[in-house]
Design a binder for this molecule. Structure first.
Ligand code: MSP
Length: 683
């Protein structure tokens, strides 16, 4: 192709992109659900934020003015209880958690523009105003609520909703509730909501969720919603009655409006939101309750609700502390880097569906797709440009032998229709095509400088264009790609994704972009160790040296017999959070049953119990590098004695080790033991 032909082709492409730029709405308001900070952030939170972030970044690449909102849902019974358990005032508790959640966002490279907390005055004010507005409409009335309440879901249920007497959503036990309450006349909006969903096919994605909601709405009459509580205090007081606080979901949903309501111009610019990104468990709240509130308050509905699936463990089971199969997203980021996790989530989990988190698969994809297909291409082309033309290649003089820029439009269409994993498939198809081009043209064998430079420019330029797309998904790696290529990162947006716009000045010191990861198959850890709270200590009726303990393991209570009388006064054990071996065969010790063993370290001078004061009853204890998820078979004392756990001093504390790895609770706290020397054996 001649240079003139090349220019002509570029010119048509530019005008095509100009006309599509005209169609682009200049503003894009995207939100995530606001998380309950009753515990630390988990995989589901990470997944949702990463997905939303990729859409926010994509729209920024296209030149849209993006407002990306995330934050915390800080009121409700669940929060109040969590704070009480930590002996903290709810506000202090959520303030501490907010730091952790913000840090979490930072570590995941979440490019949010605003972080809302429902305890902020800016939110409380708007929540009260909206409540009042709905009341003034005559759509809030006083009544009496009698039914069931699920605290983990903060949801009301009737008797017939319950599944085996438990919450229909999370299957956990509910509380029966009888109290005075204000009700919102949600029933009034049933037909209007159905009509809205039917006439706005893009309102709920994916379609299966839309069908699910429509079917439910058409099946039975919508009930009015209880929107206030009197039996607890940790909420926003209703503007109509100081003895009631606003129901936490009514309060929480309003965050999407309150975040932009402070400044009228901001509201005018960004509302209605373009997309609420949420998980499947909160679909009803966002596509039925929220529209009803907005209809009543006379506010436009959000344009769409994008519903993602759930992240489960590698076997497809729900992650939960009691099962001990929780994987901490921060530990994954610390171990493999943020883009390893982002890439894995965005590529491996089909949009809108559930996904299993498997570290093994993450490592396999990292090594094959990021390291081999992408990292290797970068390292080949940078080396070749360096040796062939001293690292410098200017634009606009080379014909396009291969041009991937059309794939940007394909990916854009997939992003528009919320298929981010397929957008990444498109990028990878193009990366394979580019690798095939390199292998076919073999620039290292080309003797003529001009011809060689054409090929090198083609490789670098197409890699640059694909990196623009990648910057929405793996932003840190894309930035490193631009830096290594010496392409101005600031300018790498949609408009620059045209062949011929890039110039290269290869950076001299280049770190390998995706050094391969070794995946060590986890070995099985045979001990079911858990944190227990000591609730009662009594003397053994028939043995001088033994105590009988009643312990709380979160989900169950047990009795233990422990030979600690010589070393501990009862009060020193009472209320402590200690470590118990739970899969030891139960045995009668001098006629009293012991259902497990309290662990202690013995250095032959003294004996000290293993502790985890910051952790909660029932928390699992795990060992890095080992599979501590169970299931555990029951072991006898002899088998336990063959397993060596010993104390070791590190950073002024005495930890407990198995092999060379320290014992840690799921809360991330190291198991400690005081007053024993290093090497003391756990027995
Ligand atoms: N506070 C409410 C949301 C209020 S929005 C006005 C809430 N909080 S949550 O912390 O329980 O969940 C926050 C988000 O994480 C929700 O969208 C939820 O669906 C999502 N996830 C929670 N667990 C999840 C997985 N295991 N996998 C993927 N996402 C899941 O609900």
């Amino acid at each position: 192709m001649t240079k003139t032909q090349n220019k002509k082709q570029s010119a048509t492409k530019i005008s095509a992109s100009k006309s599509s730029a005209k169609k682009l709405s200049p503003h894009f308001y995207i939100t995530t659900a606001i998380d309950y900070p009753n515990a630390n952030p988990h995989m589901g939170h990470a997944y949702e934020k990463i997905v939303a972030d990729s859409y926010a970044r994509w729209m920024r690449l296209k030149g849209a003015k993006v407002h990306f909102l995330t934050g915390l849902d800080e009121h409700g019974v669940k929060l109040q209880t969590a704070a009480e358990e930590e002996h903290l005032a709810p506000q202090d508790f959520v303030d501490e958690k907010a730091i952790i959640f913000k840090d979490f966002c930072k570590k995941l490279a979440i490019s949010y523009d605003d972080f809302i907390r429902t305890t902020q005055p800016r939110h409380e004010k708007v929540a009260q105003e909206l409540f009042k507005q709905v009341f003034d409409q005559g759509e809030i009335y006083k009544g009496y609520y009698e039914g069931y309440y699920c605290v983990p879901c903060e949801t009301y249920w009737t008797q017939k909703d319950l599944v085996d007497g438990n919450c229909a959503e999370c299957k956990r036990p509910t509380q029966s509730l009888k109290e005075e309450s204000y009700f919102f006349k949600m029933s009034k909006y049933q037909d209007r909501i159905i009509k809205h969903i039917e006439s706005h096919p893009e309102f709920i994605f994916p379609e299966s969720r839309r069908n699910e909601i429509l079917a439910r709405l058409k099946k039975e009459p919508l009930r009015d919603l209880s929107v206030s509580r009197t039996s607890f205090e940790w909420g926003i007081t209703t503007p109509i009655d100081p003895t009631h606080v606003i129901y936490v979901w009514f309060d929480a949903l309003i965050n999407y409006v309150s975040a932009v309501k402070e400044a009228p111009l901001k509201f005018k610019t960004f509302w209605p939101a373009d997309v609420h990104v949420i998980g499947k468990d909160i679909l009803w709240f966002h596509t039925v309750i929220w529209p009803a509130i907005l209809f009543s308050a006379g506010i436009d509905l959000p344009r769409s609700v994008y519903v993602h699936g759930f992240i489960n463990d590698e076997n497809g089971e729900k992650m939960s502390k009691s099962k001990g199969n929780v994987v901490d997203p921060m530990a994954v980021v610390d171990k493999h880097g943020v883009d390893a996790l982002r890439y894995y989530f965005l590529r491996a989990v089909p949009s809108g569906q559930d996904g299993n988190f498997s570290e093994k698969e993450l490592v396999a994809r990292f090594n094959c797709e990021l390291a081999d297909t992408l990292g290797n291409l970068l390292s080949r082309v940078t080396k070749l440009i360096e040796s062939s033309c001293n690292g410098i290649l200017h634009n606009a003089v080379y014909a396009d032998e291969i041009d991937v820029s059309a794939s940007m439009r394909q990916a854009d269409e997939l992003m528009r229709t919320r298929h981010h994993n397929r957008a990444l498939d498109v990028v990878w198809t193009e990366l394979h095509r580019l690798n095939a081009y390199v292998n076919a043209r073999q620039p290292w064998k080309i003797k003529g400088e001009e011809e060689r430079n054409v090929v090198l420019y083609n490789i670098a330029e197409n890699l640059r264009i694909l990196s623009i797309a990648l910057s929405a998904f793996i932003p840190d790696s894309a930035a490193a790609l631009f830096t290594q290529l010496g392409a101005d990162a600031e300018k790498q947006n949609f408009a620059a994704a045209e062949f011929g716009k890039g110039s290269f000045n290869i950076k001299k010191d280049r770190a390998l972009l995706f050094p391969k990861i070794e995946y060590a198959e986890k070995r099985h850890f045979p001990l079911d160790l858990r944190v227990a709270k000591i609730e009662e200590v009594k003397d053994h009726p028939n043995a001088e040296k033994l105590f009988v303990l009643q312990i709380n393991l979160g989900t169950e209570k047990r009795q233990l017999v422990a030979g600690l009388k010589q070393w501990y006064a009862k009060e020193r054990l009472l209320g402590k959070h200690l470590i118990v071996l739970c899969n030891l065969k139960a045995a009668a010790l001098r006629g009293v049953e012991s259902q497990g063993m309290l662990l202690a370290a013995d250095d032959e001078n003294t004996v000290a119990v293993l502790e985890a004061p910051e952790s909660k009853p029932g928390d699992r204890v795990f060992v890095e590098g080992y599979d501590t998820h169970g299931p555990f078979s029951t072991i006898d004392l002899e088998a336990f004695r063959k397993i060596t756990l010993k104390a070791n001093h590190e950073n002024h504390i005495t930890c407990v080790e198995y092999g060379n790895a320290r014992l840690k609770t799921h809360r991330g706290e190291y198991v400690k033991v005081q007053h024993v020397s290093a090497g003391a054996k756990v027995r």
